[in-house]
Design a protein. Structure first.
Length: 428
């Protein structure tokens, strides 16, 4: 009996000794492995836990995991992480039995393209915007939003509704990855018609302002066209109004009023007609001017777009007229008398006498054109003469001082070179 027992014990020990401790047990009862879910789409950076199911359900199996593309999707104990866009197969296996899950990783949104970057809409109107996420297939979805819902709203289809006059940004965003913006300007439905009457040479007879709503309050102004264009290029209509407000602040300080009180006094209502001199005293030659108007409240809220009309003054036509001057009397203190002989008898010319220091200050700095404008802006009709020989007396004021008679042809601006005739005034 003992021999039989020892024999069985020996056989058992031999069987144990013959087993390789590194060899994994073969699960003969395991028939199938499936992964839940079998297909999956993730965004870069996303993680998810996969579930491995075995058949039959009571099969004993040690499940291991691997990925066919570790740079795209990593896996550890069934937890996968999307690393880069592309496709990877996640495999759950035990022995020679395996299950698979196809994982597609979609790229992040790199950019959002919007159909319009600027949009102008009248109050109460609607406009459709379109936006696209790039690259195609990005997992993010578009979200539409507005920076100021009191000015304009937007629904999730990109339909913009203008609420009240002003500006706001309509934004199409792909999560926090990318976005695009359309600057929306909501305009008033009020229109201001501007009519220029009698524009000829260096003169405009009048400027008429006709608002479509007779109760509408508005501001009128005038500017050199190049300055107006610079303001518009710098900051659009807001910059124009900002510059106007600087002038109104000056007036407010001068008259001891608040800015709001000053604006309230300056605002117009209904049809208004102004003489040119009420808006700008004189018009320069060969120059553009913008006469404009816009809605404004005493609280400085803009209530319409800027409406404008441009006037370009005439340019002088060059002439070959020349002048001779003969001084008749320079012995009388404060006065000078001289005779002017123009070479043509049908053209207008400008005559004045100025201190030599005044002339030198401009001419020596290459600013003769500015000097001529300053003389023109003096707006003294006694300076203008028609081309006939004429004896002229001028008050000069300075005693024993170097002076200069200045003469040049003038018709819508200087038409000839400037002629200088120096003299010294008398003393006491």
């Amino acid at each position: 009996m003992k021999k039989i027992t020892y024999l069985l014990l020996g056989i058992f020990l031999m069987a144990i000794a013959s087993c390789d401790p590194q060899e994994k047990p073969v699960n003969k009862d395991l028939e199938k492995i499936t992964i839940e879910p079998a297909e999956l789409t993730l965004a870069v950076g996303a993680t998810q836990t996969l579930k491995a199911n075995v058949l039959p359900k009571d099969a004993q199996a040690e499940i291991e995991w691997k990925t066919t593309a570790p740079t795209i999707v990593s896996v550890e104990n069934g937890v996968i992480t999307a690393l880069a866009d592309g496709t990877a197969t996640i495999i759950a296996y035990s022995g020679n039995i395996e299950g698979k899950c196809i994982v597609t990783v979609m790229p992040d949104a790199a950019t959002v393209e919007i159909s319009k970057t600027e949009l102008s809409i009248p109050e109460g109107e609607k406009a459709q915007l379109e936006a696209t996420i790039k690259p195609e297939g990005a997992t993010q979805t578009l979200e539409w939003k507005t920076s100021d819902p009191e000015v304009a709203t937007v629904d999730q289809s990109g339909l913009v509704t203008a609420i009240k006059m002003g500006q706001c940004d309509i934004i199409a965003a792909a999560g926090d990855k990318a976005s695009a913006t359309c600057k929306v300007t909501v305009t008033s439905t009020v229109n201001i018609e501007i009519k220029i009457h009698g524009a000829e040479g260096l003169k405009v007879d009048s400027i008429e302002y006709i608002p479509s709503d007779p109760e509408f309050r508005y501001m009128v102004s005038c500017s050199y066209q190049d300055i107006f264009d610079e303001w518009m290029a710098t900051g659009g209509e807001e910059e124009v109004i900002k510059q106007d407000l600087e002038w109104y602040k000056f007036l407010a300080d001068y008259y001891g009023l608040s800015l709001n009180e000053t604006v309230d006094k300056l605002l117009e209502q209904g049809n208004q007609t102004f003489l040119q001199e009420e808006l700008i005293s004189m018009l320069d030659w060969d120059c553009g001017y913008v006469f404009y108007a816009y809605g404004l409240t005493p609280e400085l809220e803009k209530t319409s777009s800027i409406f404008s009309e441009i006037v370009h003054t005439a340019a002088p036509i060059p002439s070959d007229m020349t002048f001779d001057v003969e001084f008749i009397d320079i012995s009388t203190p404060n006065d000078v008398t001289f005779k002017v002989t123009p070479s043509k008898d049908n053209e207008t010319y400008f005559v004045t006498a100025q201190k030599q220091s005044f002339v030198d200050a401009y001419v020596n700095e290459g600013m003769q054109e500015d000097m001529l404008r300053k003389l023109y802006y003096s707006n003294d009709p006694r300076n203008y003469h028609v081309g006939v020989e004429e004896e002229i007396s001028l008050y000069i004021g300075g005693l024993n001082t170097d002076y200069c008679v200045i003469i040049f042809g003038f018709e819508n601006g200087p038409t000839t070179p400037v002629f200088y005739f120096p003299f010294k005034s008398a003393g006491n």
